[in-house]
Design a protein around this ligand. Structure first.
Ligand code: SAH
Length: 563
């Protein structure tokens, strides 16, 4: 299946058309040119670079601009072999739809769909497509063409006047306008058998074969290929690799599925692979081999209906707030998430989400409960995301999730595909705006005594201040912890000069952000709230005026040597 398309908009004038197209592809993202377009889903700077990156990631591209601009931007990539996603140019006002590239990945199908959504005829120029009403070289999902070069020659032959007959089951061709004849020498053959296509046929494999295995291992791909060869089955007929649930955490399985280009599903292991395959595909023809079984169904197999997939749990960091500061891996994870858990403010910040994505918003305090809930969803085979602000490993959800897993003896929880994806933490985002206050050794502390005794905080503050480390304070103050910051400053002042620079970053990377630089002498708790990051300099931290009237703050890399 294709990735979600990217709809590229260069000016505000084409936004309406973009949204009409998006209604037809709800998963698509509207990319707007920064500074020109206000209400896009995502923004880009350089048109050519953006287009080329999307193309190389195999993302279908719908560009609302002149076809020529798109062609010129992608020209340098076209001679390279590799995946070719559908690329279309659509007139700004939606009056024309021009499929440009990706004939074999369904560009004409998309052009027709978009044309229908916009109420115009698509500018289809592919001869075979026009003559036969379908692209013979791009069979629908569930079918795979054996040999593209052979196929091109085959279609040319038909265009030159040859007739054709169909061997096997090709339901999608029922309404095609093919030059059919029972006595034709050319055939479209649909079947699983492994053999080279003959000169006069278009060989299409239905993806109707499932291979079930009892064990993974480094030679898994070779074993599967060997078994298919022995059974005379084409590799392209494979739809799915089925494995026992106990093997969920085995790395060789997803690797093999990726090499073979097939889905990976898990089923309860019922004594042998043959039993497992028979249960998954009742009525299929079974071929039983050592440690491995092949099931051949009579029609293409929908892998999503077999067993279940391995659940995934990603603990992600949104960064401070601004979309540009969110790492791409986190964006991709959010796009593919089925369930999103977190404190309501952060879940809202991570959105917008589609209707098919479930949001589970909870109170900020229910961390352990949220972590367990995330595992309960993931073991059902869902893709779950737990959201933190900044970095998930800095006073946030990653530790709670690992603690919940550590405390669990449920093997299903331990089989979940768990990953922690980092984000830009508030101290780093604030430091970057101020200059480089964390340029030398520093110490990160949470001033909250909700989860640790205040005496420990006092002792650490004293030692860290004594050690002349720059101090970064998270959770510096709150309504329920009104006096602690004042006490913390008393301790620090015993070791630091009155003119030590202090950076206060509030709502950094969010609307209404403020950045202040004050001296330690000036600093009072009233300047700070729970949305503030406090960066307190060391003896070497210094400041100087910037051209705009504010201050640069930095801590040099060097430290004076003791004499
Ligand atoms: N995981 C987060 C920190 C959570 S603790 C991270 O890595 O950034 C919450 C504290 O972080 C807040 O009390 C505040 O001190 C700080 N903080 C979080 N986001 C901030 C932002 N955008 N601007 C300033 N401080 C922020």
């Amino acid at each position: 299946m294709h990735k979600a398309p990217a709809i590229i908009v260069l000016g505000a004038g084409s936004l309406a058309t973009a949204r009409r197209i998006q209604q037809h592809y709800p998963q698509a993202t509207v990319h707007g040119l920064m500074g020109r377009v206000d209400q896009a889903d995502q923004y880009y700077d350089a048109f050519g670079d953006t287009l080329r990156a999307l193309y190389q990631q195999d993302t279908p591209i719908i560009a609302l601009c002149a076809a020529g601009i798109v062609i010129r931007s992608l020209a340098s990539l076209l001679s390279e072999k590799g995946a070719e996603p559908p690329v279309l140019a659509v007139a700004e006002d939606g009056s024309a739809v021009v499929p440009l590239l990706g004939g074999l990945s369904g560009v004409n199908v998309m052009a027709r769909e978009i044309g229908e959504a916009l109420g115009v005829a698509a500018a289809i120029t592919t001869s075979g497509e026009l003559r036969f009403g379908t692209c013979l070289l791009n069979p629908p999902e569930g079918y795979a063409l054996a040999d593209i070069e052979q196929g091109k020659r085959f279609v040319s032959d038909l265009l030159a006047g040859e007739t054709v007959r169909i061997e096997g089951d090709a339901p999608w061709l029922a309404h095609a306008q093919l030059p059919a004849s029972d006595t034709a020498k050319r055939t479209i053959h649909v079947g699983c058998d492994s053999r080279p296509a003959s000169r006069d046929e278009l060989l299409i494999h239905p993806r109707s074969v499932v291979v079930a295995v009892a064990a993974g291992g480094p030679d898994l791909v070779d074993r599967i290929r060997g078994a298919l060869r022995d059974a005379g089955i084409a590799e392209r007929s494979l739809a799915c690799l089925l494995a026992a649930e106990q093997l969920m955490a085995e790395a060789s399985l997803p690797e093999a599925a990726k090499v073979l280009g097939i889905a990976l599903r898990f089923a309860a292991m019922d004594s042998t692979p043959a039993n497992m395959a028979a249960q998954a595909l009742p009525g299929a023809q079974l071929i039983d081999q050592a440690g491995l079984a092949i099931a051949v169904a009579s029609t293409p197999v929908d892998a999503a209906r077999l067993g279940r997939k391995r659940g995934r749990l990603a603990v992600i960091g949104l960064g401070p707030g601004a979309a540009e500061l969110m790492v791409p891996a986190v964006k991709a994870e959010l796009a593919s998430a089925e369930d999103i858990l977190g404190y309501e403010t952060y879940v809202r910040m991570a959105g917008p989400f589609r209707d098919d994505q479930v949001q589970h918003c909870t109170d900020n305090r229910e961390e352990m409960q949220r972590a367990r809930h995330a595992f309960e969803l993931a073991v059902q085979g869902r893709s779950v995301v737990v959201v933190s602000s900044g970095d998930p490993g800095v006073f946030a959800m990653a530790s709670a999730v690992l603690e919940a897993l550590h405390a669990s003896s449920d093997p299903a929880w331990h089989s979940v595909d768990l990953e922690i994806l980092p984000g830009v933490s508030a101290s780093l985002a604030t430091a970057a705006q101020a200059g480089a206050p964390l340029g030398h050794d520093f110490c990160v502390m949470s001033l909250s005594d909700n989860l640790k005794p205040w005496s420990v905080i006092e002792q650490r503050l004293d030692l860290a201040a004594q050690a002349d480390l720059v101090l970064a304070f998270y959770n510096p103050i709150s309504r329920s912890r009104p006096w602690q910051l004042g006490r913390a400053l008393e301790i620090v002042r015993q070791h630091r000069g009155a003119d030590t620079p202090v950076v206060l970053g509030r709502d950094i990377g969010r609307p209404g952000q403020t950045l202040k630089v004050v001296s330690l002498a000036e600093l009072v708790p009233e300047m700070v709230d729970m949305r503030t990051m406090v960066l307190l300099g060391s003896s070497t931290t210094c400041q100087f005026p910037r051209a705009d009237g504010s201050q640069w703050v930095y801590t040099p890399r060097w430290y004076p040597t003791a004499s």
